[in-house]
Design a protein around this ligand. Sequence first.
Ligand SMILES: [Fe+2]
Length: 387
Amino acid sequence: MQQRIKRHELKPGMFVVSHGQGTFASPVVQVERPLLTQAQIDECVPKDVDDVLIDTSLQIALPGQARPVGVLITTGLGEELPIAKRLYSDALVHVKSFVDDVRRGTDIDYRKATPLVESFIDSVFRNEAAAVTLFKLRGFDEYTYTHSINVSILAVLLGKHLGLDKPTLLKLGLAGMYHDVGKAKIPESILNKPGKLTGGEFQAMKAHPLEGYKIMQKQVDLDPEILRAVVEHHERHDGSGYPRGLMSEDIGRFSRIISVVDVYDALTSRRVYKDAMAPAKALGMMYQWRDKDFPPNAIENFIRCVGVFPVGSFVRLSGGEYGVVTSTSAKRPTRPEVKVILDADMRQQQPRVLDLEALKGTPQAQDIDEVLNPADYKIDLERFFNA
Ligand SMILES: [Fe+2]
């Protein structure tokens, strides 16, 4: 619902549609985004503006702030996706800025990411699918930045499924955001090298957890669990990881969560030197490594959390049509909601959503027959999410 309020009534978390009166002296300026901090309000809404147009249905409740009456606590994917998209864009700006600062040797302040991670947590609590959808829709050229955001969002999601409370999820999300900060010290020619790394290059790459540790340990008020996740996220359950070859319970709980989502995002992301792996295939591979690389039950928990066919999976149904998974639930991991977009001859059709669980036992019942890689079919899934 849109509402006009005075500028001084603006609070962090409000979704500002526009400001201005539509006159020569006060032209209308479209903002169309939630303003999460007072600094963002000051940046986007000039001080001499009298009033602003806000959309209360898109408002985000920030921690420590009463949730305004009338705000939807649980939103549908269609409503949450635009909010999550804006959050993702804000996060991208933030990650680029701290990576650039580290490369230049400028000090960073990890606490600046707090409002962002708090907003991720709110988004995941409103609608888990929106955040999960987003991270598969990003270009491969920005992997260095998107990976940090994806790991942060997925860690929050997995942490929520494991029953962590919101203050702990905030620390976990921050750990995800900064887990690879040490990579900013590694030359991009090594990070994005298309071919096999030489022995020396591989050693340089493996130094990033310790480089990250050196950067993060200078931070003021840093929780030790965050620091452990930065230095331990490449440790493996059987002791085969690096830098210290720690085993099982010697690896911190944040480090164990982040190691799972880190590998999942790396496998399912497209890079200059490889295609993205289909989410279900990546989960299958990780399941095979479950007692070697990851602690017992870690992969099972993650699969319960993202579903056997995670949101964003491109699938062929038993009826022959093709679609994209738009919603999934731990209670029915093999029967998600699928938006059908192509007929059996791969011709585009009017999209319609099938709830495979609801159809179970009816004449229209369908299963997922196969998970496909959309890149092989030159399909732009983002277009269909918004259709
Ligand atoms: Fe890493």
